[in-house]
Design a protein around this ligand. Structure first.
Ligand SMILES: *[C@@H]1O[C@H](CO)[C@@H](O)[C@H](O)[C@H]1NC(C)=O
Ligand SMILES: *[C@@H]1O[C@H](CO)[C@@H](O)[C@H](O)[C@H]1NC(C)=O
Length: 300
C-alpha cells in the first residue's frame, strides 16, 4: 500500500511536470496543464499557429454555455485567421456543470478576485511570457456566456485587454448573484429586467477594479433583436455601461448607420472606444464575423 501510494505520487508529479513543460504543438489545439496560479479549474487550451508572427498578438475566444474549448475551436473562425495573421488563440474551457462561465460570483467580478476571470487572465499572462507576445495586441471575444465573460474580463482586467468583441452577452455584473452563487443563472438580467443608468452600470465596472486609472479596452457589442435567451434589452444596458465607462453621452451617439455591416444590422457609434451592432430579426446568437473582428482588433 505504502509503496503504491509513493508510486502514485511519483507518477502524478512526473506527469504534471512533463505535461506542463511540453510545448503546445503548433497547428493543433493543445492543453496547457500548468500555467502558474489557477484559482479555478477552468482548463487552458491554446492554438499556436504554424506560422506564428514575431511578437504575436493573442485572442482569447470564450465559449457559450454547453460549449467547450474544443467546440468553440471547431465552430469559430479564429484558428483559420490565426494562421493568416500569426496570432495565438486561447480557448478557456469552463469547469462548471452545464459549462456556463462564472459571471455571477463576487470573486469573478473582481480583479485578482480568485474567480474564472482571474484564471483566464493568468492564461494570458503565461502566454505573453512564453511567446513574448505583444501586450498591445491582447484581445477577448466570446459568444453568449462567453460574451458575458468578455464584458467581465474587459471590466476586471482593463490592464490586460486592449479590445473586446461581445456576441450576444449581457453587461458586466448584470448576472451578479445576490446569494454569491458561482456560475449562477440570473433571470432578471436574462429577461432584460436589470436596467440602470449609464452612470450606475459604469460604477459596476469601476468597482470591479477599484482605483484603476489606466486605459480601458475599446468595446464592440453585437446583439440580435429576436434574442429570446438574453433579451435584447441587454444590448441597451451593455451600451449604456460602456458609454458610461468612457464618459460618452449614451443618449447622443456619434453616429447611427443602417444596413451596416450588413443588411438589417445597425451600427451605433457612441465614441471612439464604444460601438454596438444591433442585428434586426436575429435570435440567440449573432454569428461571428471573423473578417470584421480582424479589422476591429487591428490585424488588418
Ligand atoms: C440578478 O442580477 C441583478 C443585477 O443585474 C441583481 O441585482 C440581482 O440580485 C440578481 N438576482 C439574483 C437572484 O441573484
Ligand atoms: C493612477 O494610480 C496610480 C497608482 O495608484 C497613481 O500613482 C497615479 O498617480 C494615478 N494617476 C492618475 C492620473 O490619477
Amino acid at each position: 500500500m505504502r509503496f503504491l501510494s509513493i508510486l502514485a505520487n511519483y507518477l502524478s508529479v512526473v506527469s504534471a511536470s512533463t505535461l506542463g513543460k511540453r510545448a503546445p504543438t503548433p497547428g493543433s489545439l493543445s492543453q496547457v496543464t500548468s500555467f502558474g496560479n489557477a484559482p479555478t479549474k477552468a482548463a487552458f487550451y491554446i492554438y499556436v499557429p504554424k506560422k506564428l508572427a514575431a511578437s504575436p498578438g493573442i485572442i482569447v475566444a470564450v465559449h457559450y454555455c454547453s460549449g467547450t474549448a474544443q467546440a468553440y475551436f471547431n465552430g469559430s473562425p479564429y484558428k483559420t485567421l490565426a494562421e493568416q495573421y500569426g496570432f495565438i488563440v486561447i480557448y478557456p474551457s469552463s469547469p462548471h456543470s452545464g459549462t456556463c462561465w462564472d459571471v455571477s460570483s463576487k470573486a469573478t467580478l473582481s480583479h485578482e478576485g480568485g474567480g474564472d476571470s482571474h484564471t483566464i487572465a493568468n492564461m494570458v499572462k503565461w502566454t505573453v511570457t512564453e511567446y513574448k507576445a505583444d501586450t498591445s495586441k491582447v484581445f477577448v471575444t466570446g459568444t453568449s456566456s462567453g460574451g458575458m465573460m468578455t464584458n467581465v474580463l474587459a471590466a476586471t482586467y482593463p490592464d490586460v485587454f486592449k479590445a473586446g468583441i461581445v456576441y450576444s452577452g449581457v453587461g458586466a455584473g448584470c448576472f451578479a448573484s445576490s446569494a454569491g452563487g458561482v456560475a449562477a443563472w440570473n433571470n432578471s438580467c436574462a429577461n432584460g429586467q436589470s436596467t440602470a443608468t449609464p452612470q450606475k452600470w459604469a460604477q459596476v465596472v469601476f468597482d470591479m477594479y477599484k482605483g484603476y486609472n489606466g486605459t480601458r479596452p475599446k468595446m464592440q457589442v453585437y446583439h440580435g433583436s429576436a434574442d429570446a435567451t438574453l433579451r435584447p434589452q441587454n444590448y441597451q444596458e451593455t451600451m449604456k455601461q460602456w458609454a458610461g465607462v468612457f464618459g460618452y453621452n449614451y443618449d447622443k451617439p456619434e453616429s447611427t448607420k443602417s444596413n451596416d455591416p450588413q443588411s438589417g444590422y445597425t451600427r451605433t457609434v457612441y465614441g471612439p472606444s464604444v460601438e454596438g451592432i444591433y442585428a434586426q430579426g436575429v435570435g440567440h446568437s449573432v454569428n461571428i464575423r471573423g473578417a470584421d473582428d480582424m479589422k476591429y482588433f487591428g490585424f488588418t
